[in-house]
Design a protein around this ligand. Structure first.
Ligand SMILES: NC(=O)c1ccc[n+]([C@@H]2O[C@H](COP(=O)([O-])OP(=O)(O)OC[C@H]3O[C@@H](n4cnc5c(N)ncnc54)[C@H](OP(=O)(O)O)[C@@H]3O)[C@@H](O)[C@H]2O)c1
Length: 258
């Protein structure tokens, strides 16, 4: 039987945790510990960094992990790089569960940029009302540009902006088109800045921007060393060889994560 380390922090990781629990796979779920109240998982859960590549390598050895699934956010590049390095050192199989990147649709007004610095530089010279949909960690570089007004959507309270500089809304995805259309309208948003995270849960802002003809500055994913990648929970189960292919009821439950 495998013993899996599941690197989490995404909707996909939570879905995979449900599926692994449903088929009774021995697995540990790992959170970085960025949010105050992370979702409870149906697997034994650890929280916090491992201490770099060496710390992760020690953890894998100590916990007798046989397989690592990296289901972190596509922008959690450091964790993903560490997983590649530590698994290579330990000779352990590693699989990434990753959402495909978003692709532009007719009507989209996207400017794709390579990184955060380029996104800051891509904002207009004249004052704009910017929906900064990039989480909390990297907002400061934008806030330093005092020309613009910023709307932040965050999971945890704590960061506040004076009304003349912006507003903070507290919410946790998945988000809906109706909600994001209302948000853009309510705050008179002229530009959206987002990471190309992919997936369904955060796509509504792009659909809303398209409907409103609003330009989007979309940050490309950071590079991660080559590793096997799949896009769905059933593919991970097949990789772990625990799909119970001869038991359709079990397999269906695992796919639904129940
Ligand atoms: N970046 C985003 O836009 C974003 C969006 C939504 C959710 N998330 C989630 O938030 C978490 C942190 O993202 P990040 O961009 O700060 O990551 P990161 O820059 O790649 O990682 C920084 C450090 O945080 C620790 N870490 C990250 N993910 C971890 C995990 N799942 N379990 C244990 N330690 C972890 C590692 O510390 P050590 O070096 O000490 O091991 C890592 O070196 C990830 O789990 C990610 O899935 C990120």
């Amino acid at each position: 039987m495998p013993r899996v380390l599941l690197l989490g922090g995404t909707t996909e990781a939570s879905r995979l945790a449900q599926a692994l629990a449903a088929v009774g796979v021995d697995a540990v779920f790992s959170y970085a510990g960025r949010t105050d109240a992370p979702l409870t998982q149906p697997l034994p859960t650890r929280v916090g960094g491992f201490g770099g590549v060496a710390g992760l390598r020690d953890y894998l050895q100590r916990e007798a992990i046989t397989h690592v699934v990296d289901a972190t956010h596509p922008f959690a590049a450091q964790m993903s790089r560490h997983a590649v390095a530590a698994c290579a050192e330990q000779g352990l199989p590693l699989l990434a569960l990753e959402r495909p990147a978003w692709q532009a649709h007719p009507g989209d007004r996207w400017q794709q940029v390579p990184d955060l610095a380029a996104a800051v530089a891509a904002l207009p010279a004249t004052p704009a009302r910017v929906f900064l949909a990039i989480g909390r960690q990297h907002v400061q570089a934008f806030l330093d540009d005092t020309r613009h007004w910023y709307l932040l959507r965050l999971v945890d309270p704590g960061l506040q902006l004076p009304p003349e500089r912006g507003a903070v809304v507290l919410d946790r995805g998945p988000f809906t088109l109706a909600n994001d259309l209302a948000l853009l309208a309510q705050h008179g948003i002229t530009h959206v800045v987002a990471k190309n995270a992919g997936g369904q849960g955060a796509q509504a802002k792009l659909d809303a921007a398209r409907q409103r003809g609003c330009p989007v500055i979309l940050i490309d994913r950071p590079p991660i060393p080559a590793r096997p990648v799949v896009c769905s929970v059933p593919e991970v189960l097949r990789w772990l060889d625990c799909t119970h292919g001869d038991d359709p009821v079990h397999a269906a439950r695992a796919e639904r994560g129940v």
